[in-house]
Structures are given as structure tokens and as C-alpha cells.
Design a protein around this ligand. Structure first.
Ligand code: PLP
Length: 391
């Protein structure tokens, strides 16, 4: 049975070119880039080259604005903690109700240590009210931390406007761009974002590597305190192979994102159209236009997303119910709840997240396999016997 992998927002395969680029640094070229001798020291230039590639993809002015980290979570934590340490007199954070736990759970923790957090609401399309943001900023606000694109629904926030609001009010703006980088093109030269987080394994690099963009002139205080690596901004010997791989993944993304995102969107739209045509009582969650091209969050009323997931899994189709990071808890998605999606739909939500490695044939296969699965589950569902509740 051939695997159909449509869970790319959870993690993505390592691109063949990325794997090839990493290989020498996993075996022969194992030197420490901080070493004085040539065997280690020569590795430095590969790390620097990767830094340039990341900066190029983001449209950053200077590669020195990039700090390598271990993952998206570390990058997000660094952005927020660093800013709070840099502005110790300020005790207010603004974020949204639909952030990834990498931001949300940190904010909940910070609330217990004396910080005040405003969690902005979203509407039923998953969008923010920017006036609410304007009103939330006060003299005590240290940071606005709002994601670029949502991992569950793919909804893209208007980061350009958000960044401008924060800039005018002289508040640091951090965006968790873990799901946006490599999926949609953007240029930091045109966006007044102060700090941006990304993660390698979401864009066909390896797990265990992330990066943080910190605009020149932004106050920064290291989160991981140790050696002088990363210009004393992040202690710890560099994960050279993964850094080189991330550089290559960024180079590939820079070359292909514009073109590939159109192809991926076409497949995603075909999938949605096919499902809507063949299955009744289905709802696409999130803004129809302002969405990542690869993501589709679909609710099937009266049944449980986990049951669909398991039955698709038996057919070799890998998708996700809600966020992979929260699955296992079976608690309904905080994102869909914040959007006011009716309960009978929240429970039955599935996320398809495509990549450039998916094919139209795979989309056709899912459109064929899914309807009988949903029909079978609805027949045995205790909710299915009831009348459709008023929405
Ligand atoms: N932020 C978002 C929006 C994510 O989707 C994820 C992972 O799913 C993260 C942060 C965390 O990234 P990582 O798994 O690299 O720690």
C-alpha cells in the first residue's frame, strides 16, 4: 500500500537535495565550527552560507539578523522571553486565542508569573478585528505576538497591518511564521516585523532545527545562555548538518514557492470541491481566500475526526485531526472553538495539509475513499440518528 501523506503542517519529508546537502556533515565533516583548527573552522563557512540562504528566503537585509535555534518552539519562546527581558518595566503581552501552544502555553505560564496577557478573539472565519488590537495596546505592552498563518486552518493574518500598528505604537511585534515560511512568499524588507520564528521540519528540512529573525536594532537578550555561538545570542554547539539542510531547504523554497504554491492550491481546491460535491453536511473551516494554499480544515458533521483519521489511516492516507501537537488529548480544537464552529462540526474536523510532493492522483484517491468512510461512520454515530440541530 502506497502512503498518501497529507499531514505536512505537522511535519514534512526531507527534500532529497536537503538530505544530500546534510550528509557530509553527519559523517566526515564533523568539526566544531567554533574550533581554531582548520578541520573545524572550515565548517563555519557552510553555516554562514546557510544563514545567507535563510535571510534570502525571508528577504532580510542582513544574514546576521538570523539566529539558528533548535525548533519553532524555541524560536517562539526566545522571541517572547527575550523581549520581556529587554523591557523589564513592561508587563503586558498581546496575542490571540488561536496561537500554537508554543506561544499560547508560554503566555499562560507567564500569566502565573505576574504578566498580563490579552488574548484577541477571532471571528467565524478565523480573522482578527484589528481595532481590538489597537485598543489592547497600552503603555505597559511589551510585545504583540501574532502568528502569520494558523497551523490548523491555514488562515493568514494581515501581518503587514499588524506590524504597522505595533510599529506606530512602538511595541515589538513577533510573528510565529512556522507555517508560512516556504508556503507563501513574502519579503521582510517590506514588512516591519521585528522578530519572526520559523521551523525547518515544516519546509522539508530536518527536525531539530529552527531559526529566529531579529531585525537589526531590536533589543535582544539570549534565551539559551551559554557559549559564544550565534554571536553570543544562542548558546550551544551548532547543529551543523541541520543548519546546512535548512539553508538548502530555504534555497529550494526561494526557487519554487511561487510556482509550487499555485500547483498545491489547485490540488487543495480540487480536494475540497470533490469532498463538498460527494459528502453532505460538510463545512470548510477558515477564511476562503486568506488561507495557506496547502491547508484544508474540513468538518464532517455528526462524526468524530479521530474515527475518520483512523479509517483513512487503514487505507494508507495520513491526515490530522486538529493540530498534531494537541492530538492524543481528544479535546476539541481551541482554534475551531475560538471561531465559534458549532460543536457537532468541531468534533468532526480533519486537516489535510499538502506539499509539493503530493499529486493529483492522490487527491483523486482521497475523493474516492472518503465518502464511504463518512457514510459508514454516520450510520453508527449516536449523533447521526438525531435531527440536524439548528446552527
Ligand atoms: N508554531 C506553529 C504555528 C506550528 O505549527 C508549530 C508546529 O506545529 C510550532 C510553532 C512548533 O514548531 P516546532 O515543532 O519546530 O517546535
Amino acid at each position: 500500500m502506497k502512503l498518501i501523506y497529507m499531514d505536512n503542517n505537522a511535519t514534512s519529508c526531507i527534500a532529497p537535495q536537503v538530505f544530500e546537502a546534510m550528509k557530509p556533515f553527519l559523517r566526515d565533516e564533523y568539526g566544531n565550527p567554533s574550533s581554531m583548527h582548520n578541520f573545524g573552522g572550515k565548517i563555519r563557512k557552510y553555516v554562514d552560507k546557510a544563514r545567507e540562504e535563510v535571510a534570502d528566503l525571508l528577504g532580510a537585509n542582513d544574514p546576521q539578523e538570523i539566529i539558528f535555534t533548535s525548533c519553532g518552539t524555541e524560536s517562539d519562546n526566545t522571541a517572547i522571553i527575550s523581549t520581556l527581558r529587554s523591557y523589564p518595566e513592561k508587563k503586558h503581552i498581546i496575542t490571540t486565542k488561536v496561537e500554537h501552544p508554543a506561544v499560547l502555553n508560554l503566555c499562560k505560564y507567564l500569566e502565573k508569573t505576574g504578566y498580563r496577557v490579552t488574548y484577541l478573539e477571532v471571528d467565524n472565519e478565523g480573522m482578527l478585528d484589528l481595532n481590538e488590537l489597537r485598543m489592547a495596546i497600552d503603555h505597559d505592552t511589551a510585545i504583540v505576538s501574532i502568528m502569520y498563518a494558523n497551523n490548523e486552518t491555514g488562515v493568514i493574518f494581515p501581518v503587514e497591518e499588524i506590524a504597522e500598528i505595533a510599529r506606530v505604537r512602538e511595541v515589538i511585534f513577533h510573528t510565529d511564521a512556522v507555517q508560512a515560511v516556504g508556503k507563501i512568499p513574502f519579503k521582510l524588507t517590506e514588512l516591519p516585523i521585528d522578530i519572526l520564528a520559523l521551523s525547518g521540519h515544516k519546509l522539508h528540512a530536518s527536525k531539530g532545527i529552527g531559526a529566529l529573525y531579529v531585525r537589526k536594532g531590536t533589543k535582544f537578550s539570549p534565551f539559551i545562555i551559554g557559549g559564544h555561538q550565534e554571536d553570543s545570542r544562542r548558546g550551544g554547539t551548532e547543529n551543523v548538518a541541520s543548519i546546512v539542510g535548512l539553508g538548502e531547504a530555504c534555497r529550494l523554497a526561494r526557487e519554487s514557492t511561487e510556482k509550487e504554491s499555485v500547483r498545491v492550491k489547485k490540488m487543495r481546491d480540487k480536494l475540497e470541491k470533490g469532498i463538498l460535491k460527494k459528502i453532505p453536511d460538510v463545512k470548510i473551516n477558515g477564511h476562503t481566500e486568506r488561507r495557506l494554499p496547502n491547508t484544508s480544515n474540513i468538518s464532517f458533521e455528526f462524526i468524530e475526526g479521530e474515527s475518520i483519521l483512523l479509517m483513512l489511516d487503514e487505507k494508507g492516507i495520513a491526515v490530522s485531526s486538529g493540530s498534531a501537537c494537541t492530538s492524543g488529548s481528544l479535546s476539541p480544537s481551541h482554534v475551531l472553538r475560538a471561531m465559534g464552529v458549532p460543536f457537532t462540526y468541531v468534533q468532526g474536523s480533519i486537516r489535510f495539509s499538502l506539499s509539493r510532493y503530493n499529486t493529483e492522483e492522490e487527491v483523486d484517491q482521497i475523493i474516492k475513499e472518503l465518502p464511504p468512510i463518512v457514510e459508514r461512520l454516520r450510520k453508527i454515530s449516536p449523533f447521526g440518528m438525531q435531527e440536524t440541530p439548528k446552527k
